[in-house]
Ligand binder design. Structure first.
Ligand code: B1M
Length: 208
């Protein structure tokens, strides 16, 4: 019988092959995709999130874990869709206009997926208009904006204003190395997270 604790452990260790292998075995044994997600992938990523918040592990370990989760998720996602499992919430995420940095944003996106969110990742250099267009089209609950340059931070405010002007009632979460809570308050964002683990906690609180 496929061991979901071992799946969580493989995610924590960043062991992509074992994670995919156990997921495949669990699916062939007809264990429900939701159980595999909750007891395997989400359980593993929760441990990673906590250890990262406590500075017990660092970016490389988180990236390895996130990649293992991605490998298992690729197998699980079609089954979750077939089973009609509702995501925790739908998040649109991207790096602001003019900014090419995406390592932190990708980490946030992967951790959100690990926590059961549906994530639509627009990539980098995303204009306010594209955020608005996609937020409307995909009917998201949360828009996540990342910026790594002090020169691109003002594009966060422009994006927020564009979302408001379009009359969208989405919650906006921002982050990135130069971004602070004070900046989030100044531009009227709904939340700021200093790292991926806290971004997940905040997104969960927002959709709760
Ligand atoms: Co760039 N770069 N870079 N760079 N780069 C910085 C950011 C810089 C601080 C380096 C420095 O000078 N010390 C500096 C910015 C200075 C400033 O604005 N104050 C800088 C600069 C100047 C530049 C260029 C202008 C350099 C040049 O060409 N002259 C140029 C700009 C290009 C552009 O974007 N238009 C540039 C280019 C690049 C590379 C392409 C070479 C590469 C990016 C590769 C990529 O992302 N695919 C790069 C890199 C790698 C960096 C550093 C070294 C590392 C950034 C990173 O990935 N960190 C960076 C120096 C540094 O930060 N120490 C630097 C790891 C990542 C996991 O952390 O992104 O902070 P971070 O994400 C964290 C949190 O911030 C948070 O969670 C993540 C995980 O915990 N978070 C969110 C992030 N997004 C979030 C969103 C949320 C919530 C939390 O909600 C939605």
């Amino acid at each position: 019988m496929a061991d979901l604790k071992a799946l969580a452990e493989a995610i924590i260790k960043g062991d992509q092959n074992t994670a995919a292998q156990i997921t495949r075995a669990a699916l062939s044994e007809r264990i429900s995709p939701k159980r595999i997600l909750d007891e395997g992938l989400v359980a593993g990523m929760e441990v990673i999130g906590k250890r990262f918040s406590r500075n017990e592990i660092f970016i490389p370990e988180v990236l390895f874990a996130a990649r293992s989760m991605k490998a298992a998720m690729a197998l699980l996602e079609p089954e979750l869709l077939k089973a009609g499992v509702e995501p925790v919430g739908r998040v649109l995420i991207g790096t602001v206009k003019g900014d090419q940095h995406d390592i932190g944003k990708n980490l946030v996106a992967m951790m959100l997926k690990g926590a059961g969110f549906e994530v639509i990742d627009l990539g980098t250099d995303v204009s306010p208009d594209r955020f608005v267009e996609q937020a409307k089209a995909k009917q998201v609950h949360v828009v996540g904006i990342s910026a790594l340059l002090t020169t691109t931070m003002p594009a966060m405010e422009r994006t927020l204003m564009a979302l408001k002007a379009a009359g969208l009632s989405v919650k906006v979460l921002i982050g990135g190395a130069p971004v602070t809570q004070a900046y989030a308050d100044k531009i009227g964002a709904d939340g700021f997270a200093p790292n991926a683990a806290e971004a997940v906690d905040l997104a969960k609180r927002i959709v709760a």
